[in-house]
Design a protein around this ligand. Structure first.
Ligand SMILES: [Fe+2]
Length: 223
């Protein structure tokens, strides 16, 4: 099969979570919030960076998500987050799906919560030189991000719209997966400054049926 392109370690390895998940999940607490970290391989991160860029022209044909009309230029794929799921773009996204689930379940364990029925929506962000995501928060119980290529980029998390000295600043490294709690958990990114290579991250929300919305693409995720 050649549908996922020509990668250095061979395409079949890319769908093997055991080979791609190079750092098992662990928890760090900051600002009274748990952050679950794990890491996928550099090769896998590179493959998802290439996938995101290859699919960008397609994603740009999709409807802009309501409320994102003014963000289309700076955040062309983010602005269409409700119109697609990354898990429908290529089979190589499956290790990401299962890595998110393992990391999420590890986070649940740290919170002494039992697994329950959950959905996931997952999109990707492409930011070019001068672009960033302004401070915002999501309503969903859990939020997360995967760094395909965001070297030198920072995401700052805090418990208020305003910046605080207590904010948690997380540096993006290739393959890093981060999941934390969502409600009231504000975050923003540093401005991307590399004119030669785009910043590519994947982002997701994990939610229960009470947040179901037929205008977004929520896939069954946990049970
Ligand atoms: Fe966000």
């Amino acid at each position: 099969m050649t549908i996922w392109g020509n990668h250095r370690r061979g395409p079949l390895n890319l769908v093997n979570l055991g080979e791609q998940l190079i750092e098992r999940p662990h928890i760090e607490w900051g600002n009274n919030r748990p952050f679950a970290f794990s890491r996928l391989s550099d090769d896998y991160a590179r493959a998802l960076e290439q996938l995101a860029l290859a699919k960008e022209p397609f994603v740009q044909t999709l409807p802009v998500t309501k409320g994102w009309e003014r963000g289309v230029e700076e955040s062309p794929t983010t602005a269409r987050f409700a119109s697609f799921s990354v898990f429908h773009l290529s089979p190589i996204t499956l290790p990401l799906y299962f890595a998110i689930r393992e990391t999420y379940r590890h986070l649940l364990g740290a919170l002494e919560q039992e697994p329950t029925a959950r959905f996931i929506q997952c999109w990707y962000n492409i930011h070019r030189s001068g672009a960033s995501l302004v401070r915002h928060c999501h309503v969903y119980p859990f939020i997360g991000t995967f760094s395909a290529y965001a070297d030198g980029s920072l995401t700052q998390y805090g418990n208020a719209k305003e910046l605080s000295d207590g904010d948690v600043v997380i540096e993006h490294v290739p393959g890093q997966l981060v999941i934390t709690t969502g409600p009231g958990h504000y975050h923003h990114t540093s401005t991307w400054k590399n004119p030669d290579r785009a910043r590519v991250t994947y982002a997701f929300d994990i939610l229960g049926a009470n947040h179901w919305n037929p205008n977004q693409i929520f896939l069954p995720f946990d049970f």
